[in-house]
Design a protein around this ligand. Structure first.
Ligand code: FE
Length: 351
């Protein structure tokens, strides 16, 4: 699956990228703000994005060129191209990539009353370098045939002997796990965070393999009792067109941990305008468009994510899970602690 995805990325790179990057090798052309074009570099890989971009074009007549890549690759591309980069907007699936882009001075601060109105302060950068679009919980999902809901409480409780060989979670190379670990370092300090990681490694049902979807499917098959995953993957399986996928999550329950404490961990998909954006006005218009009530609804609901705009309705499935308390941590703090998170993973031998 991953191989296919990589191939598709590569294909789109060649298709759109060559077109977009073509201008790079020659002298930078004089681009006027009036040009009805927008170049988006995105790490988001969800089908709904294409529809939303088309809707933006329909509304504004601005043509959207898209280049798909991992955040780390996007940062590298922006660094290498410098002032000649055609990129206007960067979209990421987590904080770390955006933080790196900001730290390396690849973004610019923007001011927009619309964005300040539509996006609560906790979901945007104080200095205007990035804006959150959607968020998702990294939570506990459990096999209802093996676990009573009352047995669950916190992420920490999953490290007790009761859960030996019963926990599924993916590799530490994954950005979602790195952010989760960074959040524990921020909340409880390095030592306690490492203790948690060690406890989870001890209780793993198997050496980490596969993505969040695979943890959920394995859980349903009875390989373990609980898994730690992002909320939207459960939604995507629950409402999949594939009846086998739908059936696979029937016996699973969703649990938001640490509700009597600091809250459940969330990660965020976000947008920023590049430092040398040739179409800055279009870029701002685009992010504003993504923040509006109706687009937020469509955008978030199709992928079972939570909209950052508080006016926007949640998908019925998310509503059925109920509201939940989230960790209150600054994205900058989390991103800064990413390095410590990586060290801990290595120390405890979390593959
Ligand atoms: Fe994802």
């Amino acid at each position: 699956m991953e191989l296919i995805q990589r191939f598709i990325y590569l294909f789109i790179f060649t298709l759109v990228g060559s077109n977009m990057l073509g201008g790079c090798s020659s002298a930078p052309e004089q681009v006027t703000e009036k040009e009805a074009v927008l170049n988006v570099y995105t790490h988001r890989h969800y089908p709904v994005d294409k529809e939303i971009f088309a809707e933006f074009t329909k509304k504004t007549n601005i043509q959207v060129n898209v280049l798909f890549a991992d955040a780390s690759q996007i940062v590298k591309r922006l660094e290498v191209s410098g002032e000649e980069s055609p990129a206007d907007v960067v979209l990421t699936v987590d904080a770390h990539g955006m933080y790196e882009a900001k730290k390396k001075q690849l973004l610019q601060s923007i001011e927009s009353e619309t964005l300040n109105k539509n996006i609560p302060e906790t979901f945007r950068d104080k200095e205007g370098y990035w804006y959150g679009l959607t968020y998702r919980g990294r939570i506990i999902v459990y096999n209802e045939e093996r676990v009573q809901r009352q047995q669950l409480s916190t992420y920490q409780a999953l490290t007790t002997p009761e859960w030996e060989d019963k926990v599924l979670i993916r590799s530490s190379k994954n950005v979602y796990n790195q952010a989760l670990m960074a959040s524990f370092v921020a909340l409880y300090g390095r030592e306690k965070a490492a203790e948690w990681a060690r406890g989870i490694v001890d209780n793993m049902a198997r050496t980490p393999k596969g993505n969040d979807r695979e943890q959920i499917k394995s859980l349903a098959q009875g390989i373990a009792d609980v898994a730690i995953v992002n909320t939207y993957y459960i939604g995507l399986l629950a409402e999949s067109k594939d009846s086998l996928e739908r059936a696979s999550v029937k016996n699973l329950g969703v649990f938001f941990p640490n509700q009597d404490e600091e809250g459940a961990h969330i990660n965020m998909s976000m947008a920023g305008v590049t430092k040398y954006a040739p179409h800055k006005e279009n870029a701002i218009k685009f992010i504003e468009f993504l923040s509006t009530k109706s687009i937020q609804e469509k955008f978030a609901q199709a992928n079972f994510e939570y909209p950052v705009n508080p006016e926007s309705e949640w998908h019925p499935l998310l509503k059925s899970w109920g509201k939940f308390k989230t960790q209150k941590l600054s994205i900058d703090d989390l991103a800064e602690l990413n390095e410590v998170a990586l060290q801990i993973f290595q120390e405890v031998n979390w593959k």
